[in-house]
Design a binder for this molecule. Structure first.
Ligand code: NAD
Length: 500
């Protein structure tokens, strides 16, 4: 892994008065500071609002205290923060920004290292990158890195256009495309569980695994994000990036080394092996849903179409289930079922690896004849793994019963921020891009998802809303697995009282 000892850097956050900066970035930077992981640094917050340095520092202080409680060294921390009011569409303000950046760079001896973090609406990504180059902000003697939030385009075509714009100012190695799932502790753990255990890797293929299920469900509805969500939907918002990244980590071959290039190229090989469906086949492999009204946590909630800034006749999907096939030697014939949705029964992200049944069941089990072995990876809110085994029932004859062996990740919680932004920022400071998405990954997964959205856009659904808020999604999602003789393992069944 390419890592740098010298991590001094000027961090410029575009969109520094926005929700992401306030809720995630400032607390994450503080955590790095507190742990001594920010050696030499300074931050310039950039946003449209006209505020003073003092007012900006006050907002950083509040953001940290709200997220992490009172902190003794908070005054020192906020002293590294500067603010520049700046309209990113206006060329003249980049000159002022460059002057401020050069001055701060010199004052703090930051050696010309710069991280540009774009925490802004995606339509600004391309223009900002172009201005950074044309107005000289990227002419530095140290490193320059661009951190870019999702969404990376809305389709392969728009992603290509955006990529061309940012590539005029930054090389592929300098671009850190955030997928915050790759900052989550248990998502990072997938490759360790797979490649560091002799009991899993030999079984990790179509001879022993019958299917893999990935569920990422939310209780919240679309909230205030109606305007954005209407142009996105669950397919683009969740599947193209987070879910496909989890599929790649579960399916990839062991990399020959843990370098950024090797890990990414194995993931790309998975994307290249994805089965491409004909338009006429999409309905057999993918299901979409939209939430209707219902009860969530004992409260009545409205349907999606009644949410703010949502079209009253919207055909945007708030739920997707799908069956993904990976046509390579290891995975031929093994379905990867995926499911994600809003306003569902529980907030939960889990992966279930279901092993094939043993050839013959010798032991009587009261409730089921055969209980398959499951490996459950709990991504959030709880973090850990559970292995479902069969063992002899105590005292009985030779009756078998299911036992669940659990490991909870609480021991290293101190290192674990809710969204993983701390880890991703730290990776970026060290120059380790392994847990960011390479352009090839983005392009392949857009090509895959575009095919589905094209069909869905042409064939408007008539039955929306088709699932009640507070449930597990439309019935068609269950039928998708029933056709293959499987069923979704209920989240409630997979939840365990993890040993602390
Ligand atoms: P936001 O609307 O809360 O903040 C936008 C920021 O951009 C503000 O600081 C605003 O001043 C600034 N801005 C807008 N127009 C400007 C202009 N012309 N010139 C200068 N500054 C301008 O947005 P957000 O929720 O913080 O999201 C930012 C990005 O992060 C988006 O791409 C979003 O998709 C992504 N993202 C956000 C979250 C989250 O939790 N908020 C999570 C994942 C990804």
């Amino acid at each position: 892994m390419k890592q740098q000892e010298n991590m001094s850097s000027l961090i410029m956050i575009f969109g520094a008065t926005g929700d992401l900066a306030i809720r995630k970035l400032f607390p994450s930077l503080y955590r790095l500071f507190e742990r001594g992981r920010l050696n030499k640094f300074a931050v310039i917050g950039v946003a449209r609002r006209q505020i003073t340095n003092d007012a900006f520092q006050k907002s950083v202080r509040e953001s940290v205290i709200n997220a992490l409680g009172d902190k003794e060294n908070i005054d020192e921390f906020i002293s590294y923060f500067y603010y520049q009011s700046h309209d990113v569409t206006n060329s003249s303000s980049y000159v002022a920004l460059r002057n401020l950046a050069d001055q701060i760079d010199a004052n703090y001896s930051l050696e010309g290292n710069r991280i540009f973090y774009l925490a802004m609406a995606p339509e600004f990504f391309g223009p900002i990158a172009l201005h950074l180059k044309s107005d000289g902000l990227t002419e530095v003697k140290g490193f320059k890195r661009l951190v870019i939030e999702k969404p990376f385009g809305k389709s392969l075509e728009s992603a290509k256009e955006l990529n061309q714009q940012i590539r005029t100012a930054f090389s592929e190695e300098e671009i850190y495309r955030i997928d915050h799932y790759l900052g989550k502790e248990m998502v990072r753990n997938i490759e360790v569980i797979r490649f560091a255990n002799a009991i899993f890797e030999p079984l990790w293929n179509n001879r022993y695994i019958s299917n893999i299920q990935i569920t990422s469900s939310e209780v919240l509805g679309v909230e205030e994000r109606g305007r954005y969500y209407e142009t996105s939907g669950a397919l683009r918002d969740m599947v193209q990036n987070h879910i496909m990244q989890m599929v790649a980590l579960l399916a990839m071959e062991p990399p020959i080394r843990l370098t950024t290039d090797e890990v990414r190229s194995e993931k790309v090989r998975v994307f290249r092996s994805l089965r491409r469906f004909e338009s006429s086949e999409i309905k057999d492999y993918f299901v979409r849903g939209q939430y209707g009204p219902g009860t969530v946590n004992d409260e009545q909630v409205p349907e999606y179409r009644a949410e703010p800034m949502v079209d009253k006749e919207s055909n945007t999907e708030t739920f997707v289930a799908g069956k993904i096939m990976i046509d390579n030697f290891r995975w031929a014939g093994v379905p990867f079922y995926i499911r994600t949705g809003k306003r569902m029964k529980s907030k939960s992200t889990k992966i279930v690896v279901q092993f094939k049944d043993i050839p013959m069941n010798l032991y009587y089990q009261p409730e089921k004849n055969v209980h398959p072995n499951l490996l459950v990876i709990h991504i959030q809110p709880e973090e850990g793994i559970t292995l479902h085994l069969n063992a002899k029932k105590a005292g009985g004859h030779l009756d078998a019963q299911e036992v669940k062996l659990s490991f909870a990740n609480t021991g290293i919680q101190a290192m674990n921020t809710p969204e993983g932004y701390e880890k991703l920022l730290y990776d970026c400071l060290r120059g380790d891009a392994t847990n960011f998405t390479h352009w090839d990954e983005v392009a392949y997964s857009w090509a895959f998802v575009d095919k589905i959205s094209e069909v869905w856009e042409k064939t408007k659904t008539v039955d929306f809303p088709n699932y009640e808020s507070g449930t597990i999604g439309p019935k068609a999602a269950d039928e998708l697995l029933e056709k293959d003789g499987f069923f979704w393992w209920p989240v409630s069944y997979l939840e365990v009282d993890m040993c602390k």
